[in-house]
Design a protein around this ligand. Sequence first.
Ligand SMILES: C[S@@+](CC[C@H](N)C(=O)[O-])C[C@H]1O[C@@H](n2cnc3c(N)ncnc32)[C@H](O)[C@@H]1O
Length: 295
Amino acid sequence: MATQLNIFGNDQSGLQHDKLVNIASIPLRSPFRYPGGKTWLIPTVRAWLKQQQNGKELIEPFAGGGIVSLTAAFEKLVDRITMVELDEEIAAVWEVILRGNNQWLANKIRNFDLTLENVTKELKNPSNDLHDIAFRTILKNRILHGGIIAKGSGIIKNGENGKGMASRWYPTTLMNRITAINLVKNKIDFIRGDAFEIIEKNLNVEDCFFFLDPPYTVAGKRLYTYFNVDHEKLFSLAAQIKGKFMLTYDDTSEIRSLANKYNLPYVHIPMKTTHHIEKNEIIISDNFNWLPNNN
Ligand SMILES: C[S@@+](CC[C@H](N)C(=O)[O-])C[C@H]1O[C@@H](n2cnc3c(N)ncnc32)[C@H](O)[C@@H]1O
């Protein structure tokens, strides 16, 4: 039978407001604002990765905005990192930042004059050049509602202080984040591909840490182009991992049943969304000895 622990120790009283993570205290390193982004989970991820000292590899098979990989790289929490993402638009951004001409991307962002006319022209640009796709993706992520680049999303109308589509367009910050990644990119491999394949390939690698954050729930359909994931298969693979893993989900009865079925321990963890709505997420892991208050 799987155990359920409270992430904040023995107090089982549910949400603990004073312990909710202050996102403003976590360095933002990703050029994306990512729907379902895991910035709030970073303190927990740090504790998880610190359970083993040396010789670790991190694999992030559902990389999205890649905040976990970037944090692990900058904070030297692991030696090697592999990021995997199936979405070709997101992948183009990582390919350019990690392997392409990232200076071109940084300059393009700096010099772009954000008018409706220019945006419309850029979004209709049919070029399939990797660098053009990367720029278009960053642009969409910044000017479309909620950072959602999947089809059906619209341009922000009012935004912050009525600034409309410019309210999330911070060219200097974006440039700085992109160029800062130069400092760590030698540690990071990027694969445009399927999470399941990479997990299967590395099932037996003992020094491997898998951070697994698949798309989930009804919202997934609206948020991501690739939202369809075989969750049962993911649980079944996770149960076979010889290294370490952390799997994150919304806390639902479906997910708890899967954790129980595969005999995997889990904890629930309170979080605040950007709209200050508190909701419960669940993390499933091979062990929780690394949790603060759990020794
Ligand atoms: C919940 S998001 C990850 C968010 C990320 N942890 C962050 O903080 O930015 C899930 C991501 O998985 C990607 N994805 C969906 N199916 C995939 C698959 N089979 N292989 C790899 N990536 C996939 C989606 O495109 C999406 O970017």
